[in-house]
Design a protein around this ligand. Sequence first.
Ligand code: UT7
Length: 333
Amino acid sequence: MNRRTIITGTGHYVPPRIVTNFDLEKLMSTSDEWIQQRTGIKTRHHVEPGVGSSDLGVEAAARAIAAAGIDKSSIDFLIAATVSPDYTFPGIGVQIGAKLGIPGIGALDVRNQCTGFIYGLSIADQYIRTGMYKRILLVASEVQSTNLNYSDDGRDTAVLFGDGAAAVICEPHEAEDGRGLLSTHLWADGRFVETLWQPYPTVKDKPYVNQAVIDNKLAFPRMDGKKVFVNASERMPEAVMTGLTANGLTVADIDLLIPHQANDRISQMVAKKLQIPLEKVVRNIDRYGNTTAASIPLALDECVLEGRVKPGDLVVLASFGSGFTWASAVLRW
Ligand code: UT7
């Protein structure tokens, strides 16, 4: 018997407030023209104060549960991926379980930044294929807008990131129709920790929260954008090729490629390196910015809602981000 993991429901949720590049022009020396030319982003969504990643995650999860047509009480495990948890601890997994009204089941938090969703999918796949769990809720959710430096020295990151959440339901699939998750591949290289990170507040400081961190504007993400750009453009195509080769497939077999939405120029570069037509590459960064762990499942759910993905299609996911971590997944939808 060949048991695979299949995604039976998808959902996404973004907070209603849309922030345009023109809105950001009022806060820092930037321009709609610069942001669009360098990143492809036109708008992103920001939460209102008081809303956390767990709140967005619950909304997305409820939509995925409805799409799967399942009773939430049948979910037997929960995986949550975020770089922006509501609290330092605990993670949002336990909160999402409680807010959804399904406390008690195991909840695992994944901290792999932009690749969090594929890492989470890989974990879900192991549990499903071994038979340990039969219905896993995998949620990726980010509230990043409250932790960006909206001044000139933070403009390289503040314009990029957005808030949003997306979720999928993973179940076993035993039919011999070729459908399901074919593979996941994961990589990490911590030699690049300082290329994209948020080092403060740090437990290495005593006290952990101190005035110098605030005064020196240290508690914000920091990035060497060019280095990240170059590595993302190299590693994502490699990750796709590894996934395809492991399954005896080629780029020509791909129906839909969903790259992490970090910068539209990176997505175009990935397409060029793989020599895949842009029509097959999902690109929605113009409306959401970079929603980190949520970006791939959010794009996937939009494809489902638009009828852009059909049963039997070969869907390839690829991501790259802080860590560095990178990953790919190959699915027969
Ligand atoms: O989720 C995964 C992680 N993130 C990524 O994958 C992001 C990867 N990196 C990038 O997307 C790009 O490197 C950026 C969009 C961050 C920057 O684009 P770039 O083409 O690499 O620009 P740059 O860093 O070389 O900066 C060019 C100029 C600089 O000014 P000078 O030194 O030439 O005078 C920057 O200070 O653009 C300036 N700049 C801005 N100008 C207006 C940087 N950010 C902005 C801004 N508005 N928001």
